[in-house]
Design a protein around this ligand. Structure first.
Ligand code: SAM
Ligand code: SF4
Length: 370
């Protein structure tokens, strides 16, 4: 492996420094942040943009997350669970389009059983060169181990917020099962998964302090993949209606769910976690359809997750309304994204695009719970 070039930046990334950068509004100062993040991205992960084919396998969910349109209490949603043959067809489509990996995502759906998922993973790994990422919520260790043994390479599980009080409010436990996404992430790493996490920016109740701690947590846990997107209110949910006002922090403490703050968080994430894979998220592309994808790629991101779910299922996977790229076929998405990537002078990544780790820290959950 060639030596990693040293990139120096003078930005102070302790809690106070991160918070100050998140709140910075001076365009000249921000230009420094953007160019430092882009330089670190270029030096540490290069000009390739890795494309991961997103398969939205199931819109069934047993959880009650207060922000998500798929939550169990949502009525009037025409829910679906794709057949194994449909999921496999999506994986082959991703391979045909030249993508190096697929992400199989869904609600926390007990109908996606251990054996059902394991067989799909095993078949994809047998029949294609694709890396497989799973993002199926909080699952028992037995499931996670079986999927890893079947060949799954990576698991995405956003911890959503590092503020424990806010987390408990917006992400209620299932009866008798305390939710601890960070602990699951640490266990998955010890099972051999690459682990991915992330947060929403601007959840009602999220303070600047909390968002700055989120960033430090990405770094302290040495996350392999980090997705940061704006919170987009869904009218089907408690946080998308009048109840949201009761969650808001005082105005000078509440983080806005806007593009600028999200981009600052993407840039700071690149500086704090220089060799992580960082997507330009669909939520940001939804907020700014014209430039959202490009701006994130210019400010630290190096991954895009084009949707390869059959178009007739996509509207039924409504996390929030008006999602970008809802009606484009997988082929149209690929053409559009490749054009956008080339327009930035970047190129589409080849192969699975795993993390090129330049440092490994052996950690356990107990190291971080004080
Ligand atoms: N069920 C799995 C889970 O929760 O990890 C995967 C699917 S879930 C829909 C994927 C991510 O969507 C969540 O981790 C959350 O960050 C994001 N999300 C949910 N509701 C959202 C909203 N209203 N605005 C922006 N992102 C949202
Ligand atoms: Fe279910 Fe994930 Fe949505 Fe929570 S965020 S309701 S676990 S799909």
């Amino acid at each position: 492996m060639s030596p990693v070039p040293e990139v120096r930046h003078n930005l102070c990334l302790d809690h106070a420094g991160v918070k100050a950068w998140l709140m910075e509004m001076d365009p000249e100062a921000l230009q420094v942040l953007w160019s430092e993040a882009d330089a670190v991205r270029q030096s540490r992960v290069g000009d390739q943009v890795h494309l991961r084919g997103l398969i939205e396998a199931s819109s069934h969910c047993i959880r009650h997350c207060l922000y998500c349109g798929l939550r169990a209490p949502t009525e009037g949603l025409d829910r679906y669970r794709m057949k194994a043959s449909e999921i496999l067809a999506c994986a082959h489509e991703a391979q045909r389009l030249g993508y190096g990996s697929v992400v199989i995502q869904g609600g926390e759906d007990p109908g996606l059983t251990r054996d059902f998922v394991a067989e799909i993973v095993q078949t994809i790994k047998r029949d294609t060169p694709l890396a497989v990422t799973l993002s199926l919520g909080e699952r028992r260790d037995e499931d996670l181990r079986a999927w890893r043994e079947a060949g799954a390479d990576r698991y995405l599980l956003r911890f959503e917020t590092s503020d424990p009080v806010l987390y408990r409010r917006i992400h209620p436990n299932l009866p008798g099962v305390p939710s601890d996404r960070l602990a699951q992430l640490v266990r998955m790493r010890s099972m051999g998964y690459e682990i991915g996490t992330g947060v929403m920016v601007g959840i009602p109740g999220q303070t600047w302090d909390a968002l700055a701690f989120d960033l430090l947590r990405f770094r302290d846990f040495d996350m392999d993949m980090i997705g940061v997107g704006p919170f987009l209110p869904s009218p089907r949910t408690p946080l998308g209606g009048p109840e949201a006002a009761t969650f808001l922090a005082p105005p000078d403490e509440q983080v806005p769910n806007d593009e600028l703050t999200t981009l600052k968080m993407v840039a700071l994430t690149r500086l704090a976690c220089p060799d992580a894979n960082i997507p330009s998220t669909t939520a940001l592309a939804t907020l700014d359809r014209a430039n959202g994808r490009e701006l994130a790629l210019m400010r630290g991101a190096n991954v895009v997750m084009p949707n390869v779910t059959p178009v007739h299922y996509r509207a039924r996977y409504e996390i929030y309304p008006g999602k970008a790229c809802l009606h484009e076929t997988a082929t149209a998405c690929q053409g559009c994204l490749e054009g956008r990537i080339h327009s930035l002078g970047r190129r589409v990544g080849k192969g699975p695009g795993g993390r090129n780790r330049t440092e490994y820290k052996n950690m356990s959950a107990s190291d971080f719970y004080h």
